[in-house]
Design a protein around this ligand. Structure first.
Ligand code: ATP
Ligand code: MG
Length: 397
């Protein structure tokens, strides 16, 4: 007898909060799970204080399991069947799990939520194990079993679980509000976006494009990256800023060595205004301390000075190799390393200043009237929604 999964039992993640926060956490997680599985119409959801149950109603579990692995706020989940709280049913279900699993060694782990049940957890373990030992080649290993069969006895029924699958951890995306990610075509910013969503903060993206110096393939690459990370929140809005004119003005009026610093100050100014228009409470960048000239602490000071919104830098203290391994894990690396020019790379000065002074930046900026250029960037911005697997242009307006 093969065991067919009837339901998936989801354990909530970092749920140390109580009261209303706990309720918000569970509601948001449930909504995110529903969104991730919206195309499976047979699924039914059951929310309890400490669990979310998904009743499969005949839906194959394979794809459901894959999608759940990407939902933040889940610490772990298990494929399970629900049976009557009767010893004979437990023995049969435990045996069926062993028959439908691979491995040589097993362990039964019973927990009784219903302390009235007529025998102890240990006695249940032994009774279930006895049937498996008698009828199969499986051996017991209580320390490092290939298969853990969990039996959870409750008054309303008993859950028998095949295995525990690790969830993505973190907080349900969106519970912590929304932030605006400055998304380049590089390796770092998509990873920064992923880590932000993992802390429960939803993201929108902003990208600065400098056509004709940057190509449409470079822009498509950015949309592809946004589409890849949209997996973790369902869909993402990308605002594309036409940056050429402002960038050319910077190169016309400022010392070459300060051009990058001033350019980044303009990027931050624009991002802050877009963030405020879109109700984002923070900016996010993929900056990493010391990685390049514009990412020294002096540079970060000079750049950060033009905004008041908090700036999250999730990879600030990661080594490049650590960032790369995360990029590989979330599937953005291959796209990030495609060789399309970014607006930062085309105008790269020979000797960018590594310790820019704020007063020098302010003097340089006073030489030209950048405010109308910033306003135009924002006015002429375009917005594109991307989804997993869908990153072609689809203008909102
Ligand atoms: P990344 O790998 O994310 O491109 P990087 O190491 O190449 O980062 P920079 O090019 O200095 O570093 O950019 C630092 C951060 O500034 C990026 O991580 C990103 O958040 C933001 N940024 C840079 N260029 C752009 C752009 N064209 N559009 C939007 N954001 C950008
Ligand atoms: Mg870059």
């Amino acid at each position: 007898m093969e065991l067919k999964t009837e339901l998936i039992l989801i354990r909530y993640g970092e749920l140390s909060t109580k009261g209303k926060n706990r309720k918000d956490f569970i509601n948001r997680l449930t909504q995110n799970v529903r969104n991730a599985l919206s195309d499976f119409s047979q699924l039914r959801y059951e929310k309890t204080f400490d669990r979310l149950y998904i009743h499969l109603n005949g839906t194959d579990e394979t794809e459901v399991v894959e999608r759940l692995k990407n939902v933040f706020g889940i610490i772990s989940f298990s494929c399970a069947v629900k049976i009557a709280s009767e010893l004979e049913a437990m023995i049969e279900a435990g045996y069926a799990v062993a028959l439908s699993s691979q491995g040589k060694t097993f362990k039964i782990e019973t927990r009784r939520h219903d302390k009235q049940f007529f025998i102890t957890s240990d006695e249940i373990n032994r009774a279930v194990a006895a049937k498996i030992l008698k009828n199969t080649d499986w051996k017991v290993d209580v320390h490092h079993p290939d298969l853990r069969i969990q039996i959870e006895v409750r008054q309303t029924g008993t859950y028998v679980m095949k295995e525990t699958i690790a969830g993505a951890g973190g907080y349900p995306t969106g519970i912590g509000g929304k932030a605006l990610l400055m998304l380049s075509g590089g390796i770092d910013s998509p990873v920064a976006g992923y880590l932000t969503m993992k802390r429960g903060v939803a993201i929108e993206c902003i990208h600065y494009a400098s056509p004709p110096y940057t190509s449409s393939s470079a822009q498509q690459k950015v949309l592809d990256l946004a589409s890849k990370i949209s997996l973790y929140q369902g869909s993402i809005k990308v605002t594309i800023i036409p940056f050429t004119e402002l960038q050319l003005a910077i190169y016309e009026h400022c010392d070459e060595s300060y051009a990058i610093t001033i350019m980044r100050r303009m990027m931050f100014r624009i991002a802050e205004r877009v963030a405020q228009q879109h109700h984002c409470l923070a900016l996010v960048t993929g900056e990493s301390v010391g990685q390049v000239a514009s990412q020294t602490l002096e540079s970060m000071n000079a750049i950060n000075q033009v905004v008041t919104l908090p700036v999250l830098r999730p990879v600030a203290c990661f080594d490049k190799l650590e960032i790369i391994s995360l990029a590989e894990k979330i599937g953005t690396y291959e796209t990030s390393i495609l060789p399309f020019e970014d607006c930062c790379t085309i105008f790269t000065p020979k000797n960018p200043v590594t310790r820019p002074s704020i007063s020098h930046c302010e003097r340089a900026e006073s030489r030209f009237d950048f405010e109308p250029l910033i306003e135009r960037c924002i006015r002429e911005a375009r917005q594109i929604w991307v989804k997993p697997g869908r990153s072609q242009e689809e203008d909102l307006f």
